[in-house]
Design a binder for this molecule. Structure first.
Ligand SMILES: [Zn+2]
Length: 412
């Protein structure tokens, strides 16, 4: 077993120890694994992610600092430190370990904040925490509850922050399993160890935990609740503590300021401004649709009046360079409904290249089949019914010629 120094002092960022075993990179996931007799490095466990830092072999120059990129717990209880090094130090080497203090402080703020928050949800609503996750950006707990509303979230946040502001002492205690039975732990661990490590937040929370914690709740800084989400086991609550809360609030403010700037308004008016803009967009879109409908109707009437019947049919062939598929489809509908003897072969090349073939009801051709033939030549795809078909081609070149080819066949 590795002697875990952080169990007793989570603020110990430097320590000395001895390498008891080295597993070369070739044998494990490409990184050297180093075991020590004692360590202050926290291995990923209990929802808290591992520390990073450096290991310096004793007697070497200060320049020889081997980066510890990950720390993990082995099944036998030993701690393995994964290091970056061309050649790993040898077994028996004395080392000096250095924890990355900023990362450790952040983890302590998040983990202690989690204990306070979980206890707040129990005290207020008897909602138990069933899991804890610490990510790079935010943390989350899963609450065992069928429902969770905004008011409850705000109440829990308020109580949790009151506990932070009261700066209650946070103590580490070691007790026997037997004694722990009567202490009313919020969380009882599944372990067969004789001795339990407890984190005691004075008169607020007592739980068994192996994590690194602050000395007083004031060091958590603050607790900011974020998104909530229904999950299989209950409700997930995302949160950030301390410096992360400040960073998150700063990012939110920057985002809101940018949005407010677009409206030349105050950040608090953003939702109302967005709502107003969306309404305007909807109104503009609707009037645009009306105008297009009218335009299609007028254009259809003009095209029909300009086209002389041939064998009793009107054949309209046109490529619109400034229109899209929606417009030529509308136009095809108008053309084939306004008169009963129309075949329309239309193309549009404004954004994507589109084709629409349509005929008045009762006409004898097969638009779907004709379109497929044209598209096969153009390298496009599409289809439809006997009276109406549409499709797309990869480029505008050749569309006009393809339509004329079909028209020539229909005239023959
Ligand atoms: Zn914990």
């Amino acid at each position: 077993m590795t002697d875990r120094l952080y169990y007793h002092d989570p603020f110990l960022y430097e320590f000395e120890g001895e390498i008891t075993e080295v597993v070369p990179a070739a044998e494990i996931n490409g990184r050297h694994g180093v075991f020590l007799d004692r360590t202050a490095f926290y291995p990923t466990s209990g929802g808290q992610v591992h520390d990073t830092g450096w290991i310096s072999p004793e007697g070497g120059s200060d320049a020889v600092r081997l980066r510890v990129t990950e720390v993990a717990e082995e099944e036998d209880g030993r701690v393995v430190h994964y290091i970056e090094a061309d050649k790993p130090p040898e077994r028996g080497t004395r080392i000096r370990g250095l924890i990355d203090p900023a990362r450790r402080r952040d983890h302590m703020q998040q983990h202690s904040g989690q204990h306070v928050l979980s206890a707040a949800f129990i005290r207020l609503f008897n909602m138990a925490t069933v899991s804890f996750h610490m990510g790079d950006d935010y943390c989350s707990i899963d609450l065992d509850t069928p429902s969770l509303n905004t008011e409850q979230v705000e109440q829990a946040e308020l109580l949790a922050n009151q506990i932070v502001q009261e700066n209650r002492p946070v103590e580490i205690k070691f007790v026997t399993q037997e004694k722990a039975q009567n202490l009313g732990l919020r969380k009882t661990p599944r372990t067969d160890k004789d001795e339990l490590r407890l984190i005691d937040i004075q008169d607020f929370d007592l739980s068994a935990c192996g994590g690194t914690h602050v000395r007083g709740t004031g060091q958590i800084g603050c607790i900011l609740l974020r998104r909530t989400e229904r999950v299989r086991q209950g409700w997930r609550v995302e949160f950030v503590c301390g410096q992360r809360a400040v960073t998150t609030a700063r990012r939110d403010y920057t985002t809101l300021t940018e949005a407010a700037g677009l409206f030349s308004g105050h950040i608090w008016d953003v939702p109302q401004q967005v709502r107003k803009s969306l309404e305007e967009v909807r109104a503009v879109r609707k009037s645009g649709e009306h105008i297009l409908e009218e335009l299609a109707e007028l254009q259809a009437a003009r095209l029909l009046s300009e086209t002389a019947p041939f064998n009793g049919r009107k054949l309209i062939v046109h490529v619109f360079s400034e229109r899209d598929l929606a417009f030529i489809r509308l136009l095809a509908q108008k053309l084939t409904r306004l008169e009963s003897n129309v075949v329309a072969l239309l193309g549009a090349t404004s954004e994507q290249t589109s084709l629409v073939f349509a005929q008045s009801k009762g006409m004898p051709f097969d638009m779907g089949a004709l379109l497929k033939e044209s598209l096969a030549e153009l390298g496009g795809r599409g289809g439809g019914t006997k009276d109406m078909a549409q499709g797309g081609a990869p480029r505008p070149a050749g569309v006009k010629a393809a339509l004329e080819k079909v028209a020539a066949r229909l005239r023959a």
